[in-house]
Write a protein that binds this ligand. Structure first.
Ligand SMILES: Cc1cc2nc3c(=O)[nH]c(=O)nc-3n(C[C@H](O)[C@H](O)[C@H](O)COP(=O)(O)O)c2cc1C
Length: 231
């Protein structure tokens, strides 16, 4: 059965490099990996008064259902003022509720980004990883795909023409596929998937407390930092 990857571009711009990066991922995906793209255009600003079953905006329900149905989610984020654009953060906020049973909880996720600048959204991806950890998603332990100098790499037609980036993207999807299988099999070595009821209880408590559930503890020391800026 094919692995279903939901690609979410963090930009609404018609000629978005980040959407095009996801389109390139769709093109280069190896057999057995299908990339679908979800546009965030219809997602309103988060309003807790509307975040109730039967009241939630239709586009938000579609977003949550699409994330729920996907095997993994691949975010392509622009960098705005050294961070994640509000459009993307807002969508993740909607998708992250209710905290204990959101479609992002336990979901394998990965991130990439493109910008005309030289460091290809490295700072935004560092912030995005923190946000995703707060949702109890399972970020791929990989530095991420950083596409700098986007104007040259996408060419005049808007298609990703930079061959080594295309090859890198393909191997990144293979890594995401392997990570997704690991998470599904409970072999990702993260606290929740360890099967240890003490850590599961700690996770649940952390959600209720509004704390990050991946704080190091005696049982689970801090992991190597991932997701920092590499080009
Ligand atoms: C409000 C705003 C803030 C930006 N801040 C940054 C930034 O901090 N770093 C950066 O590399 N590019 C920055 N840019 C440029 C974006 O990287 C560029 O517009 C990019 O093409 C946006 O992604 P998109 O093509 O997918 O829409 C900023 C652009 C906007 C509109």
């Amino acid at each position: 059965m094919s692995l279903r990857v939901l690609g979410i571009p963090g930009s609404l711009r018609g000629g978005s490099y980040n959407r095009r990066l996801l389109e390139a991922a769709r093109e280069v995906a190896p057999d057995g990996i299908v990339v679908e793209i979800f546009d965030l255009g219809g997602i309103p600003l988060y309003d807790a008064d509307l975040d109730t079953d039967g009241v939630r905006p239709e586009a938000v329900e579609r977003l949550k259902a699409s994330i729920g149905a996907a095997d993994a989610v691949l975010f392509a984020t622009p960098e705005y003022n050294h961070s994640v654009p509000g459009v993307l953060k807002n969508a993740i906020d909607w998708a992250s509720r209710p905290a204990g049973r959101s479609p992002l909880r336990g979901k394998p996720v990965a991130m990439m980004g493109a910008s005309p600048g030289t460091i290809g959204t490295a700072r935004a991806q560092m912030h995005l990883e923190s946000v995703l950890l707060a949702t109890l998603a399972r970020p791929l332990p990989h530095p991420g795909v950083l596409v700098g100098g986007a104007e040259q790499k996408f060419g005049e037609t808007g298609r990703l023409v930079h061959e080594s980036t295309r090859l890198f993207l393909r191997s990144f999807l293979e890594e995401l596929s392997a990570w997704t299988r690991k998470v599904a099999a409970g072999r990702d070595a993260t606290p929740e998937s360890s099967g240890d009821p003490r850590t599961q209880a700690r996770d649940r408590q952390a959600v209720f407390d509004g704390r990050m559930a991946h704080e190091p503890t005696a049982d689970h020391p801090a992991e190597e930092p991932v997701g920092a800026g590499r080009d």
